[in-house]
Design a protein around this ligand. Structure first.
Ligand code: NAP
Length: 277
């Protein structure tokens, strides 16, 4: 980034949020990070005082978000960049997974991110500048069996990001949906919520997926520090992208999905256009 900026990043205790905060601090920026405990707050603030600041906030505490953001604007300064990073993955066969898990998945990954954007936008709009990065996932473009609630939440955040970007671009605000592939964070480890198995009919399709994810946790291809550098580069860009994939796995899988989608659209084109008139 050319000049020193203030970044507000949700979920800086580990993974992408922590890596992005560290890279931004190393580049001379100020980072206000959200965490969920006093201990995590102390840890983060000791990283690079006085430029590493933390606020205790669960992004599902919707009633608290506006006042936390207003307090940051008043006491730290103008938030140049909001990074909606806080999120987690729910894993489970859809038929086996209670609706309460879907609500929680959407509360954190979608409603939390939207509440943060709604809190920051009045300030960015007033200034006529700002950049919002929403960390979605390749699971916001492609799907796998066993993570339907997660994919649903990330598709939702992709959609919200893209539409919001069209609304606020004329106001000087950029919105980028960042969709990582598999990275070495706590996502598939301590952070994942796994619904227990109950219906034997899904054993063949789901059990290998769960096993593979458990075995791969900690050994994924992607390096979060390199993702952080890529995100800093787009924050710096004159015309940031609306969508950014991170990782060659995401690139290959999303390209295949787009090609398969195009093939299916072509195969059924005559039925599609038969409804006009
Ligand atoms: P992570 O290491 O588990 O970090 C998740 C962060 O989000 C933690 O700081 C966590 O805080 C915070 N968080 C979770 N729920 C929260 C809530 N309700 N309120 C506030 N903070 C909350 O995993 P990560 O991979 O870096 O995850 C960051 C984002 O990347 C997520 O949105 C995830 O879906 C996305 N993503 C990850 C991958 C991957 O392969 N790693 C791929 C695509 C997308 P606590 O420490 O308090 O739990």
């Amino acid at each position: 980034m050319a000049s020193s900026r203030i970044l507000l990043i949700t979920g800086v205790s580990s993974g992408f949020g922590r890596a992005l905060a560290q890279e931004a601090l190393a580049a001379g920026h100020t980072v206000v990070g959200t965490v969920r405990s006093e201990q995590a707050k102390r840890d983060f603030e000791s990283l690079s005082a006085p430029r590493s600041l933390a606020r205790v906030l669960d992004v599902t505490d919707f009633d608290a978000i506006d006042s936390v953001v207003a307090e940051i604007e008043a006491s730290v300064g103008a938030v140049d960049v909001l990074v909606n990073n806080a999120g987690y993955g729910h894993e489970g066969v859809m038929e086996e997974s209670p609706l309460s898990e879907m609500r929680r998945q959407f509360d954190v990954n979608v409603f939390g991110a939207v509440a943060m954007m709604k809190a920051v936008l009045p300030f960015m709009r007033e200034r006529g500048r700002g950049h919002i990065l929403n960390i979605t996932s390749m699971g916001g473009h492609i799907t796998l069996p066993g993570i339907s609630y997660y994919c649903g939440s990330k598709f939702a955040l992709e959609g919200v990001s893209e539409a919001l970007g069209k609304e606020v671009e004329p106001l000087g605000i950029a919105v980028t949906a960042v969709a990582p592939g598999s990275f070495r964070t706590d996502w598939a480890g301590r952070s994942m919520r796994r619904t227990p198995r109950s219906i034997a009919a899904y054993d063949a399709i789901f059990d290998p997926v769960r096993r593979a994810r458990e075995e791969k946790s900690g050994k994924q291809l992607g390096d979060p520090q390199k993702a952080a550098r890529a995100m800093l580069a787009i924050i710096d860009a004159a015309h940031p992208p609306r969508h950014l994939l991170l990782g060659s796995d995401a690139l290959g899988l999303v390209r295949s999905k787009l090609a398969a989608l195009e093939d299916e659209i072509r195969a059924w084109e005559s039925v599609t256009v038969s409804t006009d008139g």
